[in-house]
Write a new protein. Structure first.
Length: 330
C-alpha cells in the first residue's frame, strides 16, 4: 500500500485525485497540507486523514511514501525537489515544471535516488486511447498522415493561478501541454517544433493562446492549438491514407462520460460508443505500479524530459504576439 500525502487543497486534488485515492486498495491517504489551517482541518476531517499546516511538515512525515503535488506549475520544482530529498516518490501535476533544465535536474535526482517521478496526464490512461490505438494498428485508417489536436476553454476568473507569471501561468504550460503529449502518444519518435505562435498579454506577461507545428524524426507532423480565451475544444483527430479518427472529448473524459469516437472510412462514418472509464483511477494504479517497477519508472523519466523539451522548443521558436492581446477574465 502506498501511503500518500497531498500538498495543497487544490481543485484538481479534490475533484479527481482524492476521491480515487480513498477507494483504491493500493493507497492510503495519510495527510493533507495547506497554507491555510482552516482548509487543511476541513479536508482532513472530510477525508479522515491527518493534517499539516505546512508543506514541509507533510513532506518530512516518516509515515508517508509518496507526495502528490497539485500546486501551481511554478512551484512544482521546489516542492518536488524537497520531496525527493526526503526520499519520497512524487506524482506531479502537469506541467511538470516551467523550465527544461530544472526538469532534467529533478529527473536526475529521482534517478540517483531510485524514486518515481510522474507527470500527471490522466487522459493517457483512458481506455478510449487504447481503442483508438487499436483501430490505427488494425490498419482501418491506413497509414497515418497527420495528427491535429486542440485544447482550449473560455476565460477563467481573474485570480486564477493560470494568469500569474510568477506561478508558472500561461496557456502553453496549462492547456498546450495536452495536445503536445497526445502528439507524442500517437506519432511517437522524437518530436521537435518547426513553428509556433504564442499570443501574450503584455501586462500579465503570460501567453493566453497559441499553436504549434511539430514533427517527429520520420517527418510526420502534428498541428496543435490551445488557449484559455477560446471556444471550448478538447479534441484530436488522426488522418490516415484511408480514413480518419476523431475524438471529441480527448483529455477531460470524466468517470461518468460516455466517450464517442468517430471513425470515417470508405465513405462511411461510424460513431463508436465506448464504455465509461476512470482515467484518474487508472493513472493512480500506474503510479503505484511504478513504485515497484524499475522499467516503468525509467519510462516516466523519459516521458517527462521529452515533454519538457518540446515545451521549451515551443517557447524558443514561437513568434510572440503581444499587440492587442488582453486576457478576457470571467
Ligand atoms: N491533471 C489534470 O487533469 C489537471 C486538471 C486541473 C489542473 N491541473 C494542474 O493541477 C495544478 C493545480 O491546478 P488547480 O486548478 O487545481 O489549482 P488551484 O485549485 O488554484 O490549487 C492550487 C493550490 O496550490 C496551493 N498554492 C500554493 N501556493 C499558492 C499560491 N501562491 N497561489 C495559489 N495557490 C497556491 C493552494 O493550496 P493551499 O492554499 O491549500 O496551500 C491551492 O489550493 C496545476 O499544476 C494544474 O496545471 C491538472
Amino acid at each position: 500500500m502506498v501511503r500518500i500525502g497531498i500538498l495543497g487543497c487544490a481543485n484538481v486534488a479534490q475533484r479527481h485525485i482524492i476521491p480515487n485515492v480513498l477507494v483504491l486498495p493500493e493507497y492510503s491517504l495519510t495527510a493533507i497540507a495547506s497554507r491555510n489551517k482552516a482548509k487543511s482541518t476541513h479536508l482532513a476531517n472530510l477525508y479522515n486523514c491527518r493534517k499539516e499546516d505546512s508543506y514541509e511538515s507533510l513532506i518530512s512525515r516518516p509515515d508517508i511514501d509518496a507526495i502528490y503535488i497539485p500546486l501551481p506549475v511554478g512551484l512544482h520544482h521546489f516542492w518536488a525537489k524537497k520531496a525527493l530529498d526526503f526520499g519520497k516518490h512524487v506524482l506531479v501535476e502537469k506541467s511538470f515544471t516551467h523550465d527544461l533544465d530544472i526538469a532534467c535536474e529533478l529527473v536526475e535526482l529521482a534517478t540517483q535516488k531510485n524514486l518515481v517521478v510522474m507527470e500527471n496526464f490522466m487522459f493517457l490512461y483512458h481506455s478510449q486511447q487504447i481503442y483508438v490505438k487499436g483501430e490505427i494498428d488494425s490498419g482501418l485508417i491506413g497509414d497515418v498522415r497527420c495528427f491535429r489536436s486542440s485544447f482550449g476553454f473560455p476565460p477563467l476568473s481573474r485570480d486564477n493561478i493560470r494568469y500569474k507569471k510568477e506561478l508558472g501561468g500561461g496557456s502553453l504550460l496549462d492547456a498546450g501541454a495536452y495536445p503536445i503529449r497526445a502528439s507524442q502518444m500517437f506519432l511517437g519518435g522524437s518530436m521537435s517544433v518547426s513553428a509556433a505562435s504564442l499570443f501574450v498579454d503584455p501586462k500579465l506577461d503570460v501567453d493566453i493562446f497559441g499553436g504549434a507545428f511539430l514533427t517527429n524524426n520520420a517527418g510526420l507532423f502534428s498541428e496543435i492549438a490551445f488557449g484559455f480565451d477560446n471556444f471550448y475544444q478538447c479534441n484530436y483527430e488522426i488522418w490516415g491514407s484511408l480514413g480518419k479518427i476523431t475524438v471529441s472529448r480527448a483529455f477531460t473524459a470524466g468517470p461518468d462520460f460516455l466517450p464517442q469516437v468517430t471513425v470515417e472510412h470508405q465513405g462511411k462514418e461510424h460513431k463508436a460508443q465506448l464504455p465509461t472509464d476512470n482515467h484518474a483511477k487508472n493513472m493512480l494504479r500506474e503510479f503505484s505500479y511504478a513504485i515497484k517497477n524499475q522499467e516503468k519508472r525509467i519510462r516516466f523519466y523519459e516521458e517527462i524530459i521529452d515533454q519538457a523539451k518540446i515545451i521549451h522548443d515551443v517557447h524558443v521558436k514561437a513568434k510572440k504576439v503581444t499587440e492587442g492581446i488582453h486576457a478576457g477574465f470571467n
